[in-house]
Write a protein that binds this ligand. Structure first.
Ligand code: G3I
Length: 385
């Protein structure tokens, strides 16, 4: 499959049309939380917004992001921003199979433990990502792995964090639904080729036998609307529930593409949220970022406004459906995955370096300054009931 199409499928196509201009937010400069602010004294220019984690907590919610141990160590300003803004964090790669069990039965946790230590120091919850995925795995692991391999992996990794004071949830399985009906050999559940529903069921049961104190999620992308994928994702969630599996939440990755070129399926997204709530499986936003596709606006300011409008529109729908955990996939454009050559969308951006400046999917810019998107997220938390 062409890279571009594969990427678009990976990113999921959820869009907003005819984005309305959002009235500039009346900055509500609540009194800064001096204790957290003091930890970030060396900002280039003080960020005077209330921390997003604080606004989220005021409504009983969590806000956080994917973090990289490498940048936590190398960039103090990045570490301070995470500590200031986040109450939950997902390791970008440090808890994936290739990082935790690079050789059969040989477990390595140094990089993940360093992130767990950081989280404990700054009172940040840790979300484990992920125990079963067709990517981020060592070459010796086939896809799907055998149940025996999964059992050893889950026992080793979840066992290591069973008594962790910070790790509270796991993406037990990630992206098990195929990208399209042409890529599955299971028409009922639309699972990736070779993956049987019984394997996923047994994986969740093994996880519960190792540590049933954590929240268990099934995580996927491209389900932010009424799509072939969301329909099959929901059928798989129902299958797990009907088989007595412990599944507490559904991770809706939310790698969103927005453009004035197509409509956003708010009705379909609401139906996904409703179906999950009916199944008593909590919708969790696990990898939120917002990429603007062609036709691109003629200025960065207009682009940032489009991104901000999209965050507000999307999170308003999420909170109306009871979502209480929002994790973005990165906090600053400085390290967004979407600028990495391996992941940059080929058609719109990859071969057009002059357009890379439009890759601004996150709440903070490269200099860790809040953008309109940050104000929009703050506003949604402040207005949440
Ligand atoms: O850390 C090494 C670095 O030391 C080395 O110099 C460099 C050489 O290229 O590689 C670095 O590791 C990279 C790692 O990201 C950390 O940046 C890996 O090569 C690269 O494959 C890895 O890509 C990550 C990808 O998952 C695969 O694990 C992306 O950053 C990450 O954003 C992406 O995240 C996924 C979620 O897990 C699941 N949902 C989709 C999402 C985006 O694809």
């Amino acid at each position: 499959m062409p890279y571009r199409r594969k990427f678009l499928k990976r990113a999921g196509y959820t869009t907003l049309s005819a984005l309305l201009t959002m009235a500039f937010l009346q900055k509500d400069k609540e009194k800064e939380d001096r204790s957290i602010y003091a930890a970030t004294a060396n900002y280039a220019s003080a960020n005077t917004n209330p921390p997003l984690r604080k606004l989220a907590a005021a409504k009983g919610k969590l806000f956080g992001t994917a973090i990289s141990g490498e940048f936590l160590q190398k960039e103090k300003d990045y570490a301070n921003l995470i500590a200031r803004e986040c109450s939950i964090a997902t390791p970008n790669g440090e808890l994936k199979w290739n990082a935790t069990e690079p050789q059969p039965g040989k477990f390595t946790f140094e990089s993940a433990d360093a992130i767990a230590d950081f989280c404990q120091k700054h009172n940040i919850e840790l979300h484990g990502h992920t125990l079963f995925w067709h990517m981020g795995k060592p070459d010796w692991v086939p896809y799907p792995p055998t149940l025996k391999m999964l059992e050893r992996h889950v026992t080793g990794v979840m066992g290591h964090y069973r008594n962790s004071p910070v790790l509270k949830s796991w993406d037990i399985a990630n992206e098990i639904i195929a990208d399209s009906e042409n890529e599955t050999d299971n028409p009922t559940y639309g699972l990736r080729k070779g993956v049987k529903p019984e394997l996923v069921r047994d994986l969740f049961k093994i996880a519960a036998s190792v540590d049933n104190t954590k929240k268990f999620y099934l995580n996927d992308f491209g389900i932010e609307g009424a799509t072939w994928k969301s329909d099959h994702f929901l059928k798989m969630v129902e299958y797990l529930k009907n088989n007595g599996v412990k599944i507490d939440g559904a991770g809706i990755q939310s790698h969103l593409w927005f453009s004035t070129a197509y409509g956003f399926d708010a009705k379909g997204f609401n139906s996904v949220l409703k179906r999950l709530n009916d199944l008593e499986v909590k919708p969790i936003i696990t990898e939120l970022d917002i990429i603007i596709d062609t036709p691109l606006p003629d200025s960065i300011k207009k682009l940032d406004q489009m991104v901000a409008d999209s965050y507000k529109r999307y999170l308003d729908l999420c909170f109306a459906a009871g979502v209480d955990t929002v994790i973005s996939w990165g906090l600053t454009d400085r390290h967004t995955w979407i600028r990495h050559p391996d992941w940059m969308p080929r058609k719109t951006y990859r071969n057009n370096p002059s357009l890379w400046k439009f890759l601004r999917p996150l709440p903070f810019d490269e200099n860790l300054q809040p953008k309109l998107a940050c104000n929009a997220i703050a506003q949604v938390f402040q207005q949440a009931t």
